[in-house]
Design a protein around this ligand. Structure first.
Ligand SMILES: [Zn+2]
Length: 132
């Protein structure tokens, strides 16, 4: 269940496909990240690399079961492989990652205490930033 249009070698050394697999308890293994999303995320990741930021992915693809479990909306970016939650450990990392996400063109951003959501689903509202 992987998206064949993606060449994961393009995103090394930063991202590996298993990091974006659904975290569900059914171990469904869904990984449907889109190339458009990954290209943006890779650009943002490269932008903060010199700052020594970790940029760990805590949630990527989600099956509908897990999306519901995690409290995601019906049209959540995660379901179609157009959402990534990135772990952030402090105010500096949060600022720098947020700046990079906006700079590369993510127009759906969520801010949690310990993570940032980067969303790129065109069907959903654009130029929005929400809190969890
Ligand atoms: Zn799943």
């Amino acid at each position: 269940m992987t998206n064949s249009s993606i060449n994961w070698a393009d995103y090394l050394p930063f991202f590996k496909p298993y990091e974006f697999e659904c975290n569900c308890t059914h171990k469904c293994g869904l990984q449907n990240m889109t190339k458009e999303h990954m290209d943006l995320l890779f650009k943002a990741r490269k932008m903060v690399d010199h700052r020594g930021i970790k940029f760990d992915i805590i949630s990527g693809s989600r099956c509908t079961y897990w999306n519901k479990h995690e409290g995601g909306t019906f049209s959540s970016d995660h379901v179609t492989g157009e959402g990534s939650d990135i772990f952030v450990s402090g105010s500096r990392d949060r600022f720098l990652i947020l700046k990079a996400l906006i700079k590369v063109g993510f127009s759906r951003i969520g801010i949690g205490r310990t993570f940032l959501h980067a969303g790129s689903a065109a069907r959903n509202d654009q130029e929005v930033c929400w809190l969890y």
